[in-house]
Design a protein around this ligand. Structure first.
Ligand code: HDD
Length: 736
């Protein structure tokens, strides 16, 4: 009898009671509860619920401490509300129930207005090259010095419950718990931004997120309001080139670069300032997905990237990045054909090389998503001695916004006391995360002793604690840059060039990447319902590159409009091959950290499977067996293994390379199984290596796999599996 059925059974004359004991249910015999007095009945209920009659009941024991309320009162029954009689009304005095539900009702906090969907991990930063002559920042002083970090990756536009793989910029926020306080480097996986001045940020985000009246699209940028805003903000054109490129389709978090975006300052012990731009370079290399693959991943596994982060850390394949800096002075800045204070510009690496000064290893995932990932507050104005800001107006605007948003998100000026935000590097070094005379406020966790809640005071002279004092020698010193000028709301002329670097980016790309950009623009603008917006975008694209504009116009079946007017002449800049993913300096041909899916079924050759798995492991890869039935796959030698995943739940989009190892009989069956045919077809269409044994050939034929360099027998497969086959692309899809 189900619980529902039982609950309906009791009649007035024959009461039955359901007790839940460790998830099991017992029907208490009718008649046993005939109450003598209310108190007797309560006592009896309690004893019944507390495990009479040999029923297993949850009790505090060596494995389980005593359950208590939030105020520490031990709880005797966590299964039933307090009632007046077994079938009577619930009593208001039930504090155990009220406290539990009251807490539950308030479990959610407002999600981040942007970057709501994210995943994070703990790790460390290690200085590999001292920067002691450039900055006093403690974490860069000594080679080998380690600093704890917490790093959160995010999408920008979607809500917390959206998907991991929309076409979107990814946040790349690092909190360094240095011995001199927390430094938050709150960057993205793209080195430029949409706008030059922070006052436009609310407009950008309103236009990018779901449309105000209809509440969709979630996470996607392919819609009217986004492209309307972009078409009217030519300064966003460089960022749009990046956003339409494969950069916004990262394979995993571990395969992304990160950038501080703005120009910052380092300040050394002589008080000298050096401008700096920060770069994170992934050890696993840059890798992206193909649009069709991305769309399918979103359906197959909306949590693909956060799962990968956890899996990698679980396997010991710790995501690792090198930290690089571009260092320059005022003279260099003045010699460039753009303004280093303009966040829509890069300094090409070919012009100013990136110097590697450290590495970050993420080796521990959070214990609790809410307490750590959700409550982490990243605040770009949180810097430490030796690090300062430039006058970039986007950066300056950000310095206000982030503290402000934490007040509504986390609800208190004391958000710095939450464990994830607490300055634990300083606590370890100086014995205390913070020392000052700020007091009280919502959710104050500290219990400061004494009366020194003001400064200066002379209480120490009377033997009382006097509290902390400033220290002009060790404290944070702002770089004393000289500033003067009229108060104006104006954009400098040096910010007027909106197209030269967009052109630089597009022309630096590999032809395959250029085709992806053109195709992405066609896709996105095809989803725009207002034709004048498409036309306005085409007019802007003509200033980037005629060929690009023509390809997009052709894909939209529109005539090319005249180019839009430019505020400054478009300059020809030398291409920067360092910007490429495909055939670029960070493309890695390797199996390290990557997953190879092996499709197996009844009768798969045990020896072939064993040697393939061994070879994948030897190459640093992770082998995942995938079968129509997950529990038990009988192999050719009479043995059987459990598969790692089931065919329908693990389409080939979720793995990096694909092997098919089947018996003739199983292949004969699988040619009639759409999921198996699609598994192979997608692997081919997504330009992945496919290794197969002879018996699997009919499945490859059914999937339309054509012979090429990436389609091999099992012997050559592991080597072939280390890369994607970009040359195959024109054979499998039409690109703009
Ligand atoms: Fe921002 C969050 C990155 C411009 C206002 N931003 C946020 C996060 C990242 C960035 C990675 C998520 C941090 C986390 O994981 O909690 N934002 C950037 C970059 C920008 C940028 C790289 C330009 C270079 N942002 C920007 C501007 C403003 C904001 C110009 C406002 C003037 N950003 C916010 C915010 C958020 C935020 C509303 C939302 C949640 C939060 O701060 O803590 O305040």
């Amino acid at each position: 009898m189900t619980r529902d059925a039982q609950a309906r059974v009791p009649s007035r004359s024959c009461q039955s009671l359901i007790c839940t004991h460790r998830g099991r249910e017992t029907l208490v015999a009718c008649g046993r509860l005939a109450p003598r007095t209310r108190w007797d009945a309560m006592t009896e209920l309690t004893s019944l619920n507390a495990g009479n009659g040999g029923e297993t009941h949850q009790t505090a024991d060596d494995d389980h401490p005593v359950l208590t309320t939030n105020h520490g009162t031990p709880v005797s029954d966590n299964q039933n509300q307090l009632k007046a009689g077994p079938r009577g009304p619930v009593l208001l005095e039930d504090e155990v129930y009220r406290e539990k539900i009251n807490h539950f009702d308030h479990e959610r906090i407002p999600e981040r207005i942007v970057h709501a969907r994210g995943s994070a991990a703990h790790g460390y930063f290690e200085c590999t090259e001292s920067l002691a002559d450039i900055t006093v920042a403690d974490l860069f002083q000594r080679k080998g010095q380690r600093t704890e970090v917490f790093t959160r990756f995010s999408t920008v536009a979607g809500g917390a419950g959206s998907i991991d793989t929309p076409r979107d910029v990814r946040g790349f926020a690092v909190k360094f718990y240095t011995r001199e306080g927390n430094w938050d480097l709150v960057g993205n996986n793209i080195p430029v931004f949409f706008i030059q001045d922070a006052i436009k940020f609310p407009d950008l985000i309103h236009a990018a997120k779901m449309e105000a009246d209809r509440g969709y699209p979630q996470a996607a940028t392919a819609h009217d309001t986004f492209w309307d805003f972009i078409s009217l903000m030519p300064e966003s054109t460089h960022m749009i080139m990046w956003a339409m490129s494969d950069r916004t389709l990262p394979r995993t978090f571990a395969n992304m670069e990160g950038f501080g975006v703005h120009t910052f300052r380092f300040i050394n012990k002589e008080g000298k300032s050096t401008f700096v731009k920060f770069h994170w370079k992934p050890k696993a290399g840059l890798a992206s997905t193909i649009w069709d693959e991305t769309v399918k991943i979103a359906g197959a596994d909306p949590d693909f990237q956060r799962r990968d982060l956890f899996d990698r850390i679980g396997r010991g394949d710790y995501p690792t990045w090198e930290l690089g800096v571009q260092l320059f002075d005022e003279a260099f800045a003045n010699s460039q054909p753009y303004d280093v204070l303009d966040a829509t510009k890069i300094i090409p690496e070919e012009v100013l090389p990136v110097k590697i000064v450290g590495r970050m290893v993420l080796d521990r995932y959070p214990d609790n998503y809410f307490a750590e990932t959700e409550q982490a507050a990243f605040v770009p104005s949180h810097v430490v001695p030796g690090i300062g800001f430039s006058n970039d107006p986007l950066l300056q605007g950000r310095l206000f916004s982030y503290t402000d948003t934490q007040l509504s998100r986390l609800g208190s000026v004391n958000f710095h006391q939450l464990p994830i935000n607490s300055a634990k590097g300083r606590a370890a070094a100086a014995g205390c995360p913070f020392m000052n005379q700020q007091r009280d406020g919502h959710m104050q966790m500290a219990v400061p002793k004494g009366r020194a809640n003001y400064e200066p005071n002379s209480l120490a002279k009377a033997g009382e604690p006097g509290g902390a004092r400033e220290d002009a020698t060790k404290g944070y010193v702002t770089f004393p840059s000289e500033e003067e000028g009229q108060k104006l709301r104006i954009r400098p002329e040096s910010f007027a060039d909106h197209y030269s670097q967009a052109r630089l980016f597009f022309r630096s790309m590999d032809p395959a990447e250029q085709a992806h950009i053109a195709s992405a623009l066609v896709f996105e603008l095809s989803k725009v319902s207002l034709e004048h917006i498409r036309v306005a975008m085409l007019a802007n694209l003509r200033n980037v590159d005629e060929d690009l504009a023509t390809r997009v116009a052709d894909g939209l079946a529109l005539d090319l409009p005249p180019a839009s007017p430019t505020a400054a002449p478009v300059q020809e800049m030398a291409p920067s091959p360092a910007l490429r993913i495909i055939r670029g300096p960070l493309e890695r041909h390797t199996l390290e950290g990557r997953t190879v899916g092996i499709l197996i079924a009844d009768g798969t050759d045990a020896a072939e499977l064993k040697s393939l798995k061994k070879a994948i492991k030897a190459a640093g890869g992770h082998a995942m067996t995938i079968a129509p039935k997950v529990g038990k796959v009988p192999l050719s030698d009479g043995s059987a293994i459990a598969a790692d995943a089931q065919l329908f739940g693990q389409p080939s989009v979720t793995v990096d390379a694909c092997a098919v190892v089947l018996s003739e009989k199983a292949a004969g069956k699988l040619v009639k199984e759409a999921a198996a045919v699609q598994w192979v077809m997608d692997a081919f269409g997504h330009l992945k290596a496919i290794g197969f044994n002879a018996a699997a050939k009919p499945l490859l034929d059914k999937a339309g796999v054509e012979a090429d360099e990436g389609v091999t027998d099992l012997g050559d497969f592991v080597e072939a599996a280390k890369k994607r086959y970009w040359d195959r692309e024109p054979n499998v899809r039409t690109l703009a």
